[in-house]
Design a protein around this ligand. Sequence first.
Ligand code: NAD
Length: 418
Amino acid sequence: MQENLNCCCHDSQAHFLTQAMQHLDLNAAQRKLLLQSFREITVQIPLEVRQGGKKTLHTFTGYRVQHNHARGPFKGGLRFHPEVKLEEIRALAQLMTWKTALVDIPFGGAKGGITIDPAKLTENELETLTRRFTQKLAPVLGEHEDIPAPDVNTNPQIMAWIFDEYSKSHGHTPAVVTGKPVELGGSEGRLEATGFGVAFITGRMCSDLSIPLKQARIAIQGFGNVGSYAALRLSEMGAHIVAISDVFGGVYCKDGVDIWAAMRHVQENGRLQGLKGTKEISNEALLALPCDVLIPAAMEGVINCNNADAIQARLVIEAANMPITHMADDKLRTHGTVIVPDILANAGGVTVSYFEWVQNIQRFPWDKSKVFKRMETYLSRAYEDVRELSRRKRMDLRTSAYELAVQRTLQAVTLRGF
Ligand code: NAD
């Protein structure tokens, strides 16, 4: 069957959900209530951009989709990327509702972004764009309303501008956004949290599958916030990170890439290519490497009908959101590949975002060891819940995770009388 890769991400999300909803025997009205967004906002952001020595006016489009807030304020990242579209943001907002429910933190789900390549802007232009976007969204944001966080191509500095812009009209409100610099109330450990959480879940899963982590060969696609910290933690845990990549391509070393050296190299050169002691490898070849664990940590839909048959890893950990299309998911599982779904694998980030919010509301910061210890407690509990349901009902991990998350959200929706 043909797979349309342009709409794979929201199609696949709908497919996975439908499966879980069938298991839960939900009626049509319940399905609609859980699937529809609460609110979808599209804004225009005019900005003068310097090109070839002269300034030109551009109008960029920004989005915020608030999916469900039955369990708490809307929560989810903001991405700045040329391929940002409303359908994609809608699917990612929904995913956040299931993720926060699965790790059982008191938030709902949202997502937002701007269709732009931030690499083409100066620092000043990026700041102006972020501040204007914040002004447009301000009426629907708030520490008890909707709390953004970093995602693809956004970082602590961008979160600091959002905090500052929002606070101009609402008073000092650090809890309106998470993933801020530590100096402004960001949580210790938030920067590393998603990647470290991915490493923690990988360790648990490897132990369950009797894959010795110390000898495991791991390939990671994407070397940004999530991929780099997952690689760092896993190499500290003794695994061999045989290949890593970014948007420009990948590097390979059969004995394991030196991750500290790779991080320094990216800081100095803006890309992995040219890293000493490694061979170049394409992103496509990285996905198909013979290895124990494959970790897609870049963009959605990278494992699809076209390349699923080439995947050799026994275990795939979804560090990115929605990296596997539903058709590829079927193929991989038929081949016996175990897949740990995104809403479990990368939930360390939103869990520590929750801790940051708690610390901001209480004006009482925690140290890093407490942050990571508590993150592991939350991830461990979610992991065990999913594994227990999957064993009891003989279902794959994704359907089990969705079933738990949908059930918890439905309970909240019903109790509140939505
Ligand atoms: P990032 O912008 O820090 O890094 C993205 C990385 O992917 C970069 O190395 C980039 O070069 C690479 N990349 C981009 N397009 C690629 C492509 N087509 N092929 C190969 N590599 C490509 O982003 P991030 O914050 O690390 O997010 C990565 C993924 O993790 C996204 O799916 C995001 O939604 C998800 N996620 C992020 C967080 C978080 O806390 N940042 C939390 C949960 C999930």
